[in-house]
Design a protein around this ligand. Structure first.
Ligand SMILES: Nc1ncnc2c1ncn2[C@@H]1O[C@H](COP(=O)(O)OP(=O)(O)OP(=O)(O)O)[C@@H](O)[C@H]1O
Length: 328
């Protein structure tokens, strides 16, 4: 898809950076210069190894960063800059209403003394104004969509397995019908059948016109749900690709993204050697260079992300996608 034919962005993130100030003057560069657009009716999957900044990025969008964080850049949601909107606007008009979140640790977001039904009905009342039977039906419908079993609706959070808490969190996020959904590892703790069921429900949500930013380690789930994929490494987006090209032919262009796919058991099952860098001690040039088979002197400078939104890459030695050299 070229920039000219792209649908209008619902969420437009521009040069977003997040820094944490630590004791002793250390700075953690958790997110650096991230830019992407997300349209209504589109799913973007954010993938990358643990600690690369995926959750910090979503916390920044929702105004949920701790006090030692500093942000730069912009994140426009239908024109409202989420980074400068202020806590009152975010709490009253954004969280739950314009952006719903499936959080990474759902059990921690449920109140221990209340049942799942009570959580769901209260959220329905608060976000939609429905009352009584109407609220009950809407709550049960959301539970069903999230594959949360009706006979567990009157259970308390401590009575739920990790997988059930995950599905309760998904139901809660669907209830308000927010135009944008952010799902942070929505399939953790689910077996493969339930992963597929959850992912397919999320896809239906997208096909109904909602935007979805899904963060996942599960590349099979990403392949099933996403229109585009953003690969993060050491706080930066290093590749932004159409999902069909990325998972199929011609495949990823960034050596790190190729390594992620090659590490899958169903592919080459070859792990990427080495470890990601510490985010408070990043190298000067490309952060992937120490692990990269293609690195040379050019990698002493950080490569910019260049190219159309469906095939952008930040690498001095990206794999090329001309018909003759599709595998180069
Ligand atoms: N409050 C904080 N203070 C300092 N550093 C933080 C803070 N929160 C997160 N970080 C650091 O920011 C980096 C990015 O963390 P983040 O949780 O976004 O990674 P992630 O890609 O979501 O990982 P995972 O997939 O394991 O959730 C990590 O190095 C983490 O230690």
């Amino acid at each position: 898809m070229t920039a000219e034919t792209s649908p209008p962005a619902q969420l437009s993130v521009r040069n977003l950076s997040v820094r944490f100030r630590m004791r002793g003057g250390r700075t953690v560069a958790a997110v650096t210069d991230v830019s992407f657009d997300l349209a209504a009716g589109e799913c973007l999957a954010l993938v990358g190894e643990s600690g690369c900044g995926k959750s910090v990025l979503t916390s920044a969008l929702l105004g949920l960063l701790p006090g030692n964080a500093r942000t730069r850049g912009a994140a426009l949601l239908d024109g409202l800059d989420l980074l400068t909107a202020g806590e009152t606007a975010l709490a009253r008009t954004v969280r739950g209403r314009r952006i719903a979140l499936i959080p990474q640790s759902p059990a921690a977001h449920l109140t221990p003394v209340r049942t799942v039904r009570s959580h769901l009905e209260e959220t329905v009342r608060e976000l939609t104004g429905k009352r009584g039977d109407e609220a009950r039906v809407a709550a049960e419908r959301a539970a069903e969509r999230a594959a949360f079993p009706a006979d567990h609706l009157d259970h308390h959070p401590h009575e739920l397995s990790g997988g059930l808490a995950q599905r309760a969190a998904t139901a809660l996020a669907l209830v308000g019908d927010a135009p944008l959904l952010i799902a942070d590892e929505p399939t953790t703790g689910l077996d493969r059948d339930l992963v597929d069921r959850t992912v397919d429900e999320l896809r239906r949500h997208v096909d109904g016109g909602h935007g979805l930013l899904v963060i996942t380690h599960d590349l099979a789930a990403a392949e099933r749900v996403a229109d585009r994929v953003a690969v993060m490494y050491a706080g930066r987006v290093v590749e932004l690709a159409d999902a069909d090209d990325f998972f199929g032919t011609p495949g990823p262009r960034h050596p790190y993204a190729r390594g992620l796919l090659d590490a899958l058991p169903e592919r080459a099952f070859t792990p990427i050697p080495g470890m990601p860098p510490e985010l408070d001690a990043l190298p000067d040039g490309c952060a992937f260079a120490p692990r990269c088979p293609r690195a040379d002197a050019a990698c002493a400078t950080v490569p910019a992300l260049t190219g159309a939104p469906g095939r952008a890459v930040a690498c001095h030695h990206a794999h090329t996608h001309t018909p003759e050299t599709a595998d180069a």
